[in-house]
Design a protein around this ligand. Structure first.
Ligand SMILES: Nc1ncnc2c1ncn2[C@@H]1O[C@H](COP(=O)(O)OP(=O)(O)OP(=O)(O)O)[C@@H](O)[C@H]1O
Ligand SMILES: [Mg+2]
Length: 719
């Protein structure tokens, strides 16, 4: 390939970046301007024109999928396999290094990788040894403490305890944990990077070797690097290894995981004189979509400042659909997808993007109803998620004591101190007597075959299931689900997990209650029973999951859409309280990160973007009225076109009954009603949650802002 053909398909700024002779190059550019394309072409140029060996290039991407895609692009461009090139994620590359240099890194040759679940189990074991009470010291928090410190490059000795007992205890857990990992030859994800950083730090000759070997380092999505990744790159680049980074400060969306936008700003200071190339032409999206994205991101402060333009067509305005509720929204999406497919689009050219994983359920149901194959990218389908399967297993066990799979799943989830030995005992007895595990447990208890503690736990567990069985009689399906989820301790269990994962699990569990409410609203008598619902869930989980290579609609969170593009994009649930999320309401930094996420979402679309919001949404188990997101208001008016709903579908059949179930027929507090409170003044009811004496209402007071009040004590006067 000649240089001319290599750069023929590039604009002049891109060509300048691809062929730059600078040892430090920063390509700073907005979405869809060809940053990733420049990176790939630069690799080809380095090999073809600068005679670098393919093995002397190190390219770092953000996800495995992006790494695979980059390999693909390089192979197409080079017409040669890229198998043994160093292209991968930070973790992947660090892992490879440590495998090669296990001795120098002080590791056993067969060291093991600890995934997050294994890690948590180990942390728990250590906390038990230290006799720390789990309710006071949630193991999840200790795990997050360890990981975030490792991400910052900090070992226990580096962390200041401020004389604080809390901090001291966590540092102690970290220290013990680390010792246990060393003894067992185990490495967690964060350790991979930290360890390979230390490897170079302590083995200068090895570092020198790699500094000789790598003739160029290239990093995509640089705005989302954290501190240890930055330090790792800085060490490897040293003074002499050329490095090219590409990034977009407006697309930094992992601040909550330690990513630092500042890394882009400080690059020049820390790595040395840097050539900066800006790309301003966007090749991905229509002018409408681009203007919308520019309009939204302009509301952030302190941007590095970039302009994006396109010479492409104006395109269609963005379609804005105000749905009546989430079911209506999903129906709208499915209907428009059908239309697009009829016009000849492939399913894989269409993506549905949402803020939170819990939103996928209603959309999945609409896809299933419309027989549209879909794939959840980077996540499980709703009914396959671990926390949902756990909750369903409780329900199943209550219906059928003989369900061994359900028994196994929940007998020690949340953990109640039943160890492997006790379970093995139950299993053996079940096998010997050829009875289900439930019955075997009774026998084991009768013969006092377990330790006192395990015996007591098992006894309590069996009691809980029996008790729930009695309690559920006479209750409706959704009340049954609510009661079981609460009594199982699953919510508390996941609440103790720190970070977004635990929170997402709690949200999903609440969403399961919404699912039962909807199921109830759609059926009568037996067809709305617990047994019928369990069948429904099993079918949904087992069925129609499209094969990985099948042509299917792509569903994913906004976060996992980074770097990707699709001809048609649906951005759903664009509502205050959901996107931007509730948590970002009083925190400007978080709000700006949400806005960057909106920018990422909008700029995934090539030809056509649909944005929707629901006026009322039942999510996380409660129903609330949401205003359209501020991000919609920030889109220039001329870029938007409202889609009117056909009159007949504004109120789907199932909704009125479903709403009545949530809205407490026994309280006068209906969504949208004006009320007066003796202290907070006048307000409007925005949401209701729960039933009976403990039900709560959410009121937006003109003076006092939003409050949750327990209905029975709320002293609200209806206006
Ligand atoms: N000079 C060009 N001519 C034609 N198409 C181009 C050109 N540059 C980029 N593209 C196309 O524009 C799209 C966006 O490119 P790319 O994914 O590299 O952008 P990006 O800046 O990495 O975007 P993001 O910020 O979303 O990661 C791709 O489909 C790419 O092939
Ligand atoms: Mg990119």
């Amino acid at each position: 390939m000649h240089q001319s053909s290599l750069i023929q398909s590039l604009n002049s700024a891109q060509a300048q970046a691809v062929t730059s002779m600078a040892d430090r190059l920063l390509v700073l550019a907005g979405a869809g301007s060809g940053k990733t394309r420049v990176l790939v072409h630069r690799i080809a140029w380095l090999i073809k024109e600068q005679q670098l060996s393919p093995f002397s290039i190190l390219a770092v991407t953000f996800t495995n999928k992006a790494a695979a895609e980059m390999r693909n692009r390089i192979e197409t461009l080079m017409r040669a396999p890229s198998g043994s090139m160093w292209v991968g994620t930070f973790h992947g590359i660090a892992h490879r290094l440590l495998r090669m240099h296990w001795q120098e890194a002080g590791l056993p040759q067969n060291f093991q990788i600890l995934d997050s679940d294994d890690q948590l189990r180990l942390v728990k074991r250590i906390m038990r040894q230290q006799e720390l009470d789990e309710s006071r010291w949630p193991p999840k928090q200790a795990q997050a403490f360890i990981n975030s410190n490792k991400d910052e490059g900090l070992r226990p000795d580096h962390i200041d305890d401020y004389g604080d007992i809390y901090q001291k205890t966590l540092i102690g857990v970290y220290r013990q944990y680390q010792e246990a990992c060393e003894r067992g030859g185990m490495l967690d994800f964060a350790e991979l990077l930290l360890r390979s950083h230390e490897l170079w730090l302590h083995q200068p000759q090895l570092l020198a070797h790699y500094q000789q070997r790598f003739r160029h380092i290239l990093v995509d999505e640089f705005q989302d690097t954290n501190r240890i990744q930055y330090a790792w790159l800085q060490m490897l680049a040293g003074k002499n290894v050329p490095i090219t980074i590409v990034g977009d400060d407006d697309q930094s969306i992992y601040g909550w995981r330690g990513a630092r936008i500042e890394n882009i700003r400080s690059f020049g200071d820390d790595f040395g004189r840097t050539e900066v190339v800006r790309l301003e032409q966007n090749y991905r999206s229509t002018a409408m979509i681009l203007n919308a994205a520019n309009g939204v991101i302009a509301n952030n402060r302190d941007r590095l400042g970039k302009q994006l333009w396109t010479s492409g067509e104006d395109g269609e305005p963005i379609s804005l659909y105000s749905a009546f509720n989430e079911v209506d929204e999903a129906r709208f999406v499915a209907e428009r997808i059908q239309q697009a497919l009829q016009q000849g689009l492939r399913r894989s050219e269409i993506a549905i993007l949402y803020r939170s994983n819990a939103q996928s359920r209603v959309l999945e149901e609409a896809m299933l109803r419309g027989s549209i194959p879909y794939r959840i990218y980077g996540g499980h389908r709703f009914f396959e998620r671990a926390e949902i399967k756990n909750a369903l297993a409780y329900l199943r066990l209550i219906c059928h004591r003989d369900d061994d799979a359900a028994f196994e799943r929940v007998v020690n989830t949340p953990s109640r101190g039943l160890g492997d030995k006790s379970l093995e005992r139950i299993r053996n007895t079940a096998r010997e007597l050829k009875v289900p595990m439930w019955q075997a447990s009774l026998t084991v208890l009768q013969h006092k075959e377990l330790s006192t503690k395990a015996g007591k736990s098992l006894h309590e567990f069996l009691g809980l299931i029996e008790l729930l069985d009695q309690e559920l009689r006479g209750l409706g399906l959704s009340e049954q689900a609510e009661r079981v989820i609460e009594a199982s301790g699953l919510i508390a269990f996941h609440q103790n997990e720190k970070g977004d994962r635990g929170e997402a699990r709690v949200e999903n569990l609440k969403e399961l209650i919404s699912a039962t409410r909807e199921f109830e609203a759609n059926g009568e008598g037996d067809s709305a029973s617990l047994a019928a619902f369990l069948d429904h869930a099993a079918l949904e989980a087992g069925d129609t999951q499209a094969q990985a290579d099948e042509d299917c609609v792509q569903m994913m969170t906004l976060h996992s859409a980074k770097g990707l593009e699709f001809p048609i994009v649906f951005m759903v649930g664009v509502e205050e309280g959901l996107f931007p999320s509730m948590k970002s309401a009083d925190d400007l930094d978080r709000m700006e990160e949400e806005r960057r996420l909106a920018y990422v979402g909008i700029t995934r679309a090539m030809k056509k973007l649909f944005i929707s919001h629901a006026e009322s949404r039942r999510i996380y188990g409660s129903e609330a009225l949401h205003a359209p997101s501020r991000f919609i208001r920030e889109i220039p008016h001329h870029c938007l076109q409202e889609v009117r709903a056909a009159a007949k579908i504004t109120r789907p059949m199932a909704v009125p009954r479903g709403r009545a179930a949530v809205q407490n027929t026994d309280t006068p507090y209906r969504l949208g009603r004006s009320v007066r409170h003796p202290k907070f003044g006048d307000g409007v009811i925005m949401g209701c949650e729960g039933q009976g004496p403990n039900s709560r209402v959410r009121v937006n007071f003109a003076g006092a802002g939003e409050k949750w009040l327990v209905a029975q004590y709320a002293r609200l006067e209806l206006l």
